[in-house]
Design a protein around this ligand. Structure first.
Ligand SMILES: [Zn+2]
Length: 296
């Protein structure tokens, strides 16, 4: 049963990944997502449904178009497998949550899966085209607050902490106040994410005298904050910077002059925080003690 559930979640992720591939190709080219149907980018031959199955068709045709034999980018399979894997990972962390919390937070699972999909699509477009489509990020900045207002459990922690949302919930008290708290937490997160990276961009520009971050990144982190709240998004930004620094140093050692946009690092930082928020937070909290123990 469990194995079957995991397989179903993986399959679902691969199908979503297949749709993300369409978004990654078409959104930056200003093409419609639904019309026309999938076709070979080289010979324009429409692709039949049996040649368009996630992962399987690409492997079966060994990555070649059935008609003209041109190589179809392995990116299609990578995105499908990645999305399937991330869906399974999120699901696994979700069911590993304290018993009782798992089922009642089904909207939380849905919201995380939506955010993860948006991050995967944004990252691949950012790598290929150096832009992040507004359709994804600005869209997410609308979807996030609406979801959090309807299902506050996505973003409002129980029991309530001492943060702004807890304060609002206690102050307003009455029926339905949890929806207001959810909306507030989402908008706060959006503002925190966008402001943090905007400030970092201004600071970076003054320091290095070149554009460090684009406005696409600002909107990306606005979307992230709308789903995971203000301290989640600040943590995600920090982890993303650490990833960026590690890869940057590795590229420097390898003397490879490749410029990678910042979007994928932010996405990786966000996924890490989505999956391991508590662990990341605890590690940061303990970090000064660890350093101290080295010197004592
Ligand atoms: Zn073809």
């Amino acid at each position: 049963m469990t194995a079957l559930t995991y397989f179903f979640v993986f399959f679902l992720g691969c199908c979503v990944g297949s749709f993300l591939n369409v978004c990654i190709y078409r959104l930056p080219r200003r093409m419609s997502l639904i019309w026309p149907g999938s076709h070979c980018p080289h010979c324009n031959e429409p692709i039949a449904w049996y040649d368009n199955l996630p992962v399987l068709s690409w492997l079966w045709l060994r990555g070649l178009c059935r008609r003209c034999g041109v190589l179809i980018s392995p990116r299609y399979v990578v995105v499908e497998l990645l999305t399937g894997g991330v869906f399974v990972w999120i699901y696994a962390m979700h069911v590993a949550a304290p018993p009782g919390a798992a089922l009642s937070n089904l909207p939380g699972l849905g919201a995380y899966v939506v955010l993860a999909s948006a991050l995967i699509a944004s990252s691949f477009v950012d790598v290929e085209r150096m832009v992040i489509p507004d359709e994804i990020t600005v869209g997410g900045m609308y979807v996030g607050p609406v979801l959090c207002a309807i299902f506050p459990q996505i973003i409002v922690r129980q029991p309530l902490g001492g943060g702004p949302t807890g304060w609002i919930l206690r102050a307003t008290g009455g029926a339905g106040s949890e929806h207001l708290a959810g909306l507030t937490a989402s908008v706060l997160g959006m503002a925190a994410g966008a402001l943090a990276i905007y400030a970092a961009g201004v600071f970076g520009k003054a320091l290095f005298r070149k554009e460090a971050m684009g406005f696409g990144d600002v909107k990306l982190m606005g979307m992230v904050g709308a789903f995971i709240g203000w301290w989640g998004v600040l943590l995600a930004f920090f982890v993303g910077c650490v990833f960026g620094a590690v890869v940057g140093i590795m590229l420097l050692i390898g003397r490879r002059d490749t410029h990678i946009p910042f979007g994928p690092y932010l996405a990786a930082g966000t996924l890490t925080v989505m999956l391991y928020k508590q662990a990341v937070f605890r590690a940061l909290w303990d970090f000064p003690n660890v350093i101290q123990s080295w010197f004592s």
